[in-house]
Ligand binder design. Sequence first.
Ligand code: NDP
Length: 471
Amino acid sequence: MSTADIGLIGLAVMGSNLALNIAEKGYTIAVHNRSPWRIDEFVAEAKAEGLDGKTVPKYDPAEFVQAVKAPRSIIIMVKAGKPVDEMIEQLLPLLEKGDAIIECGNSLFTDTQRRFDYLTPKGIGYLGVGVSGGEEGARHGPSIMVGGSKEQWHNAEAVLTTIAAKFNGESCCAYLGEGGAGHFVKTIHNGIEYGDMQMIAEVYGVMRDGPGMSPGECADVFKEWNKGPLNSYLIEITGHVLAAVDGDTGKPLVELILDKAGQKGTGVWSAIAAQQMGVPATAIEGAVAARSISSRKEERVAAEAIYGKRSAGKADVTLADLEKALLAGKIVSYAQGFAVIAKASEENGWNLPLATIAKIWRAGCIIRSRFLDQMSAAYEKGGNVNLLVVPNFVTLMKDAHPSLRKVVAAAAVGEFPMICLSAALSYFDSYRQARGTANLIRWSARFLWCAWLRDCRPWDRSARYVAFDAG
Ligand code: NDP
């Protein structure tokens, strides 16, 4: 008998927490997982939380599908990539027209678009949904970015909007557009997250290696900053992370962690998407590059042996400068991220609502911040323009960019790496420069072309002069 309001396959970290969240909100959920032991574990967990009455565990895929009321909404939360395609093929013969697959992993948006195009003619809805907030968010309220089949979205709308995080009572879940729109927005969210984290790390580097502040002292600074315009989840957890002490050694935990960061793919996908569409996203690109450099630990050690350590010395900046530099860098990074989203919207005909996107990022997700509330208001008033020309942000930027300039300059002189903040500053300076220097590039490019003609077509020697007519 079909008793469940919704179904979910994939009971690893994200899936099990999302399922418990759904059950806790009063919906009955059928669950399934390829490996049966995970189902057993989930059953025990649900029981421990008093939610067993709202969960319907099924070990057989056909029985699982039958347990969900039609038209069915089936969430799949399995490893991104091939497993998603395998899962779709497994489900397809079990579903009926009007049912929907809701894929909530970190999928590449072009994969989501392909799956949407494959399933739509078969009468099966396909929703590609970005879920942000990690394990904690999945359990207690993530930010949910929905894309895909609009008709079937309405079948799952009540559940998804209910389980999402709330900001001032508003759900941080929204339908954004067709096909791969939801996963695209989630990808850029992650790219922006990379930028935020990298800029925070760069500022921490100046505090640590300049005046030699201890992790505890840095933690206090971040905790203080979290009360001001930088107020955000990432600044908050940076304060906690820097304050953490290892129980065994009594040393600050951050100093026991290897300085190598990997990347899961979404940061790179953001940078690639931006480049492919011709939208500059230098902060995201810088953040991805910084992680790549960090992962080359052995090469860095060898290079330091060749060039020597950074010359000792402080960066000639105040903590107030660092705070404002971080704010300016963040504004530039978000301006770039939203410009990428606006361009993708135009190219794919998604009609993505920028104000709504800023709104659903205000709570639940990793980049949640006070700043996003201002951004959603700005986009509501101003339409899809670059954030750098939206009046409120112009005021903030005019106040903060001199500090960014000061910090980047001091970092350059003091030999502090600042790949992301300096990229943000260069973008800002290029963006606001009415008279640029690309005239030289165009002229040179023409000259090279003409030189090539001259060398390859010796019978047409006059071609060499064309360059001088270029104007
Ligand atoms: P994993 O990405 O580790 O995936 C594990 C789950 O996928 C298990 O349920 C596993 O089943 C299932 N699976 C793997 N291969 C197959 C297959 N071929 N057929 C059927 N099932 C398969 O789980 P997470 O919970 O960490 O993440 C789920 C998704 O959410 C991923 O796309 C991830 O990128 C995304 N995400 C994760 C976040 C996080 O913080 N972890 C945050 C936001 C998004 P089995 O038990 O049988 O191995």
